[in-house]
Design a protein around this ligand. Sequence first.
Ligand code: GCO
Length: 454
Amino acid sequence: MSTLSMAEVPELEVPQHLLNRHTFLFGAATSAYQIEGRPEGREPCIWDAFCTQPGAIRDGSNGKDACQALAHWQEDFALIKQLGLDAYRFSISWPRVIDANGQLKADGLACYQQMLDDLQQAGIASDVTLYHWDLPLAMEQQGGWLNRDTAYRFADYAEKVSQALAGKVTRWCTLNEPWCSAHLGYETGVHAPGKKGRFQGQRAAHHLLLAHGLAAQAIRAADPGSQVGIVLNVTPCYAISEQRADMQASDNADMLHNHWYLSPLLEGKYPDGELAEQILTHVPMQKGDMTTIAQPLDFLGLNYYHPTRVAAAHQADREYQPMPVAADCHINAMGWECDAKGLKDILLQLHQRYVLPPVMITENGYADELKAEQGRVRDKRRSWYLQQHLQALAEAISSGVDVRGYFAWSLLDNFEWTEGFSKRFGLIYVDYATQQRIIKDSGLAYQQMLARRR
Ligand code: GCO
């Protein structure tokens, strides 16, 4: 634990209306594969297999140990309390709690039960994601998200787990970022399971959306006192010029990335237009699917990291590639443009276009590669990023968007998917060799901000 005095940490200056603990909550988020380790305690998942493919992970690493979070959870929860978080968002590993025959595994579930009891006793809300990308490998061998049956298997898992944990979970998030699971996993193949194929992204997406709808119904029946939502990654798309072709490319990017998910969930239909219609001929839709998908949401989780700059010249047919970045911006270690205005813009755009349920910012954060020096991590840039984004968020709220909470990504440095362990997003530093944790300067600033609240 850090012995740094508070005065040494730059303050996060955040508008007053975010600092009312009765109307706005602050948390931090993680996901199972990225932190847990202990693969021997579960069935294999698609990321175990993907990480063995040469060149798939930049530093050749995998989630075998990661933060050893199942062994260290009590220590980590002490840090959550020390930071003064109102809520903790984490995910349950599907292959840890369901065995090869589809039955609930009591030993796999036990740790999550203890964790939830501990949070409840401490008065900390729990935001539990059921699918943060770790599909059981056996299901991938039967087609994964390209197979409609996976949606029913997911609903079955959701039902069993929400029955077993009923009364312990504050908010259930069915899926995390289905765009990533579908598009990166089955269209471009840069994420697990590494499949490539035109229109496979939207085919997988349909089954993911269906899985969400079925699971939402199952959770509501099993755990009626909880709230149910889904987490999407959204990004405002900006054309790099006002030329028609660039504007058109940007609209297409916006449609494929944001509205392909939001419109089915909130309006029960896929987007309109020529491109959408062409894509839809490849989507295996069945009668009643759109009604199932458009379940009422108690909240909508939105993850925001960066805007997307779009140029027609970068378009290969309907594919688009984001333009790198705006000219004078700061870029993080992921190569992502830091632009807090993008958060306000996308929130206002969505607010104008849809009747939104209450929104939670379920992830937002900054990557660097800083190592601890003499027990301290001076991550000024992360504090700057948090402050900018919280200010933009406060502006969006003042303009009428109903946002109820904010989760920093991430509680801990962790396994950053294809980037391995080199990129660090944590408020808390993890020394992977010793598994020592150190609250970074940004974590201390977050703690101080939370302590100043009414
Ligand atoms: C995400 C992922 C996280 C990533 C984070 C940074 O939901 O995109 O949920 O797992 O680590 O976004 O890339």
